[in-house]
Design a protein around this ligand. Structure first.
Ligand SMILES: [Zn+2]
Length: 236
């Protein structure tokens, strides 16, 4: 928890959008916190899609990447069902070697034009997590490629095709938050969604997967008057 969350409540993020694209590097990246907002949004009738750069094939120690990719794809599909996400796209970039290349920006721009989100949600792509831990190269590079891909989608000369400049706002989860979202209606679905990454979580800890998932989701929330809130850094 950050100082900003301990002090006065953050302002509420405007709820003026109907479509959301979550763009992240790996399976489980949306489930470590963003999922509670996603579940609240889909329950409220918003359209939410996930765009994943990789299949997380290098993520399970002792499990061959070819096999891991299959396991993690299935776990991600199940995680999506729990929070009402019906569009799941993998770009098949190499896990652990994601670079913010013009080619990746172009792929992201095409998906932005196809899905036409008003809000784009990213995972922390700053150099560190809270100034205490170094962020992964994939998270840094993918976040930067996504920001640039949103801009590229709006230019028919950089990426040939019909331009789309309807992204009104980009938000980042896991960086110093500026706003909050009431996610009370999405918390249980978020726990269920993270629990779907069963093999991945089981390889990380001996603690039962359900308990790991609930502890992780709880650690992301603040509470006020019986409501649960998730913080985001809002750009735009
Ligand atoms: Zn990740």
């Amino acid at each position: 928890m950050t100082d900003a969350q301990v002090g006065a409540p953050l302002p509420d993020m405007p709820d003026d959008f109907s479509s959301v694209l979550v763009i992240v590097a790996h399976p489980d990246d949306p489930e470590y916190g963003i999922g509670s907002a996603v579940a609240a949004w889909t329950r409220a009738g918003k359209r939410v899609g996930y765009l994943l750069a990789s299949r997380g094939e290098a993520g399970i120690e002792g499990l061959d990447p070819a096999e891991s990719a299959i396991v993690r794809t299935k776990e991600q599909e199940a995680a999506c069902r729990e929070v009402g996400v019906t569009s799941l796209v993998f770009l098949d970039e190499p896990d652990g070697r994601i670079l913010a290349t013009p080619q990746l920006r172009t792929k992201i721009a095409h998906e932005i034009r196809r899905f036409r989100p008003e809000l784009v949600v990213l995972l922390n792509f700053q150099p560190t997590r809270g100034g205490r831990f170094f962020n992964s190269a994939d998270h840094r590079n993918l976040g930067q490629a996504a920001v640039d891909g949103v801009a590229d989608a709006g230019n028919e000369w950089i990426v040939p095709g019909a331009r789309y400049d309807g992204v009104a706002r980009i938000v980042e989860f896991g960086a110093e938050p500026t706003h909050r979202i009431d996610v009370t209606d999405g918390v249980e679905a978020a726990v269920a969604s993270l629990t779907c990454h069963r093999e991945y979580l089981a390889a990380l800890s001996d603690e039962p997967v359900e308990e790991q998932a609930r502890a992780q989701i709880d650690s992301t929330l603040t509470h006020e008057d019986g409501r649960a809130y998730l913080g985001f850094r809002v750009y735009g």
